[in-house]
Design a protein around this ligand. Structure first.
Ligand code: HXC
Length: 260
């Protein structure tokens, strides 16, 4: 599929998906969101893709937010629909079996930070700046940010970030647990691709079920989450990957996983 605002490159099980609208600091308009949803679907069902790295084009921004020029003219109904459209993308990433790593190469603001938070984890450049400036525009986060940020770092830190609208440095985002690791700008993409390659090299179904257990378990009681985990664990013993992974260990060789 051809996209106007996205680039996709796939190599050795890893797809690098780049939001490519650098003239607007990769801001998310309706068309970009439509394309992102289609790209996630395409990547999820591409057998050559086992992990995804999501980044932004150019040196300045990951994504500087939802497109303010497009939102400026929206009425209440359109704003609601726009929020739902962005949330659909975040949910699509959460429901994908394929892990998505955000490589935050610059500004990740508003809907851009929400896009990163929708990924399975975040690596960032040491120069990245993150924040939720929505309140400075008279609005609030609407692509799942209030939910994902509070679940990730807790209510009080989420409140501070969202109520003040202030940007934080990459160091602070790391200290607060928004970002897993920081890298010099030129190392960020290779490091994210390296992590994705590590994921691509292990048992695909084990990764997919673990992702499913973590994402769904967060919405369950601990006891239900334990039960759910055990069920998925049991199912893995019906897979070729479990037979291969354990046989390879016993035979002291490298496992060759098929994702079946
Ligand atoms: C549309 C944007 C944009 C955005 C930048 N641009 N961010 N266009 N929507 N979110 C455009 C600028 O208009 C400009 O184009 C070009 O990108 C370069 O940006 P500059 O502002 O000239 O760059 P700079 O001075 O370096 O400032 C960088 C910046 C600033 C600090 C990141 O661009 C900025 O504050 N952007 C807005 C950030 C923001 O408020 N994001 C949250 C949006 S609300 P032109 O053609 O004019 O030169 C949101 C809601 C999500 O995300 C939920 C929705 C439901």
């Amino acid at each position: 599929m051809d996209f106007n605002n996205l680039l996709i490159e796939t190599a050795a099980g890893v797809a690098t998906l780049t939001v490519n609208r650098p003239q607007a600091l990769n801001a998310l308009n309706g068309e970009v969101l439509t394309e992102l949803a289609a790209a996630f679907y395409q990547l999820e069902y591409d057998p050559a893709v086992k992990a995804v790295v999501l980044t932004g084009a150019g040196e300045k921004a990951f994504v500087a937010g939802a497109d303010i020029k497009e939102m400026a003219a929206m009425n209440s109904y359109e704003g609601h629909q726009f929020a739902l459209k962005g949330q659909h993308c975040m949910m699509a990433m959460e429901k994908m079996r394929t892990p998505v790593i955000a490589a935050v190469n610059g500004f990740a603001l508003g809907g851009g930070l929400e896009l990163a938070l929708g990924c399975d984890f975040i690596y960032a450049s040491e120069k990245a700046k993150l924040g939720f400036p929505e309140v400075t525009l008279g609005i609030m986060p609407g692509f799942g940010g209030t939910q994902n940020l509070a679940r990730l770092i807790g209510k009080n830190r989420a409140n501070e970030l969202i109520f003040t609208g202030k940007m934080v440095t990459a160091d602070k985002a790391l200290a607060w647990g928004i970002v897993n690791e920081l890298f010099p700008p030129e190392e960020l993409l290779p490091k994210a691709q390296e992590a994705a390659a590590a994921i691509a090299g292990v048992g695909t179904l084990g990764v997919a079920y673990a992702k499913n257990a973590i994402a769904n378990g967060l919405n369950m009681t601990k006891e239900d989450g334990f039960r759910y985990e055990a069920s998925l664990f049991g199912v893995l013993f019906a897979t070729a990957d479990q037979k291969e992974g354990m046989a390879a260990f016993v035979e002291k060789r490298k496992a060759v996983f098929t994702g079946k």
